[in-house]
Design a protein around this ligand. Structure first.
Ligand code: PHE
Length: 450
């Protein structure tokens, strides 16, 4: 068997994990979730969940990956037994489903780069424009182009493909985001936008928390790339013992910073154009924001820069999802990296094609994978690590940390009880929501289209 690959540098590992975390979740999904869920109230609960649930679960994945040096399925086979060995399958399935539609949405962003460069954003018919971009042959072609880029990078391997590309992509995302936020600060609507975005109303939290909480939890998991084994896989390529807690902290902070900055860009631009941020749902950046750019001086160019940043962020995440499934095929099935990546690219392209033809499939895939599978995967893995292999976990987490003291067991108990309980409730709430979608919107779609 060929020698297992590894990262060339620690920075490479951290940038790859940050690249995975920062993606459509931060710049597409986060602003519309804030808009839909009551502005600052959502931001507030989201931040609590990143710290209270996201951070400990990154460490859960890290210890499993670094300890086993395996893909998620192989990792669970190595340290687990019986039914526990099946958790890896939840991860691989989630990865497969997520990348199929993720690539479709990423394709739209490519189209919006072109529209901006051509000066073609429109304030009057933005919804129609989005409708034309988001469905039909164009959407299928852009989905194919994006998937091809993912395949090309992952086929080159860890060091020459993923590590090299994130060293370019991640600094670019950070710098351009800061630049755009600074520009947005100069706009007329900035003050109102910050008030809306940054001052939570306790009354909104008190009355809406049953909907805000599950949405914010799903968002926290998705944005940190948790619950589908990305962090297991990336940590499996870590050669030596590093301080995992420190790395997890850097990743969570940078990811949160970029989501927060996306809000600092989107809301001032929307307020400057007098557009209500809660109105457009998932099409917020494509409809409302593009319409707002249409009204601004140099809006086409600024919009093109914005959407190019979203596309780069999506690419640096998509490669991590692909790598989970590829690493499984390499480790467990003995398939070569290049054929494995190419075959998966074709398969995921096909599964995603319905989503490029009709938006209802985005909701169908996204609701299932993002709001159920990810948190279910995170829940099962937390129970496994906290209750079934606690000694291994404690031993692994303390490697590379000097003077770990009782911090290790504090983490373990935190995972065992509060994290597990919170995840049980959150999975149940989200499953209930998804059931509502299947019997509501999706059933309606089926009865009108079949
Ligand atoms: N974290 C990525 C984003 O925010 C998406 C992602 C989810 C990547 C799950 C990998 C695993 O867009």
């Amino acid at each position: 068997m060929a020698e297992r690959e590894s990262w060339a540098t620690r920075t490479g590992f951290i940038l790859a994990a940050v690249g995975s975390a920062v993606g459509l979740g931060n710049i597409w999904r986060f602003p519309y979730q804030v808009g839909e869920q009551g502005g600052a109230a959502f931001l507030f609960i989201y931040l609590l969940l990143i710290v209270g649930v996201g951070f400990p679960v990154i460490l859960v994945e890290f210890v499993v990956g670094r300890n086993t040096e395996r893909n998620p399925v192989g990792a669970l086979k190595r340290i687990g037994s019986g039914a526990w060995t099946k958790i890896g399958w939840v991860f691989v399935t989630a990865g497969f489903v997520i990348l199929s539609y993720y690539s479709v949405v990423a394709g739209w962003t490519l189209r919006y780069v072109l529209l901006g460069l051509q000066g073609n954003y429109t304030a009057e018919s933005a919804p129609e424009q989005f409708g034309a971009v988001a469905s039909g042959l164009d959407a299928v072609v852009l989905h194919a182009i994006f998937m091809a880029a993912v395949v090309a990078i992952v086929a080159l391997g860890i060091e020459r493909g993923i590590e090299l590309s994130v060293k370019l992509m991640v600094p670019a995302i950070i710098l351009i985001s800061i630049g755009l936020a600074a520009y947005a600060f100069t706009l007329d609507g900035a003050a109102d936008a910050y008030a809306y975005y940054l001052s939570p109303e306790l009354s909104t939290i008190a009355s809406e928390w049953t909907t805000i909480l599950p949405a914010a939890a799903a968002q926290a998991f998705f944005t940190l790339s948790l619950g589908m084994g990305v962090m297991i896989t990336y940590a499996s390529y870590l050669g030596e013992d590093r301080n995992l807690a420190e790395d997890a902290g850097i990743i969570a902070v940078l990811d949160t910073f970029i989501a927060f900055t996306a809000g600092l860009i989107a809301f001032p631009v929307l307020f400057a154009a007098g557009i209500e941020p809660g109105a457009s749902g998932p099409s917020l950046i494509f409809v409302s924001l593009a319409a707002a750019f249409a009204e601004l001086p140099f809006g086409g160019l600024l919009g093109a820069v914005f959407f190019a940043t979203v596309a780069i962020a999506a690419l640096s995440s998509a490669i991590s999802i692909m790598e989970v499934v590829v690493s499984y095929l390499i480790d467990e099935r003995g398939i070569g990296r290049v054929p494995a990546t190419a075959a998966l690219g074709v398969a995921m392209f096909l599964v995603g094609t319905p989503a490029a033809l009709d938006l209802v499939f985005i909701d169908l895939y996204d609701g299932f994978a993002n709001s159920i599978l990810l948190m279910l995967g995170g829940l099962l893995l937390s129970v496994f690590v906290g209750w079934i292999v606690p000694d291994l976990a404690l031993d692994e987490i303390s490697k590379g940390i000097r003077n770990v003291g009782s911090l290790g067991s504090a983490w373990l108990w935190f995972v065992r009880v509060p994290v597990v309980l919170a995840l049980i409730i959150l999975v149940a709430l989200n499953a209930w929501d998804y059931f509502g979608f299947l019997t509501g919107d999706f059933a309606d779609w089926l009865s009108t289209n079949l």
